[in-house]
Design a protein around this ligand. Sequence first.
Ligand code: NCD
Length: 305
Amino acid sequence: MKHLMDITDLTTMQIDELIMTANDIIVNPMKYQDICIRKKLATLFFEPSTRTRLSFEAAMIELGGSVLGFSTSDSSSSAKGESVTDTVQTVGYYADIIAMRHPKEGAPLAASKRTTVPIINAGDGGHSHPTQTLADLLTIQREKGRLSNMTVGFCGDLKFGRTVHSLINALSRYEGIEYVFISPKELVIPDYVKANILDRNNIRYIETANMDEYMPKLDILYMTRVQRERFFNEADYVRLKDSYILTPDRLICAKKDLSIMHPLPRVNEISVKVDDDPRACYFKQVNNGKYIRMALILMLLDISV
Ligand code: NCD
């Protein structure tokens, strides 16, 4: 594997290896602190980000490497009309590995054809976000001790939420996974996800607009933000944005070992009152995101301890 465009680029064995390395980094950080010395990571973010970009940068710094890049397209030559592929080809002469986010689906894939250095898709439009999925998988594995035999609820914007699409794609390869998809009818899971992943693998799922009905069955509840930037009109966003708000009351009937996840940023969909609930895992996800990106950088640069 040279680039990471989609979670399907990774075999189950490679995912297990990344999780194992991340867990080892968590326990033995000193072992890894100089391993990427003189290596450079470029972060090219044509769309806003806090966690993904900074965790990539923190990851490379903690491996002993350095970082360069830009965090908005208007501070790069893209504002002068340069194509994404020309920008990436250019950066390929300066950096050893590139993490790139872009609002256009498939932009990182197009860019990967024009450079010899590994490109990591750090989110392309509403399509896919494989490194968030790796952070999610590491979190599930650490919380539950397994990636199989679970009922996973996804709630919110299941149409435009790229983290949802990538995580469904990844989890569906494990045994005994069932889904409950909770969304307003305007934001249901896209047909291509149903056809290519769920139906093709005979995976059981329920679609509902009611957040409370299946709460007692869930092992994981993955909340999401309504993706304002992907809407064609603001009125629709305003109408749908507060469709689901998770409060302590709604969790009364949930399992004692439920894991509440969210890729963040949250807007309104999880009340801050839930943050002190021991079942809240969303800030653990943030922390795990750095370690799994460290493991991924090592894998793509073919560096081992
Ligand atoms: C997500 C994204 O960018 O898709 N955030 C992230 O990377 N942690 C989710 C979101 O923006 O809602």
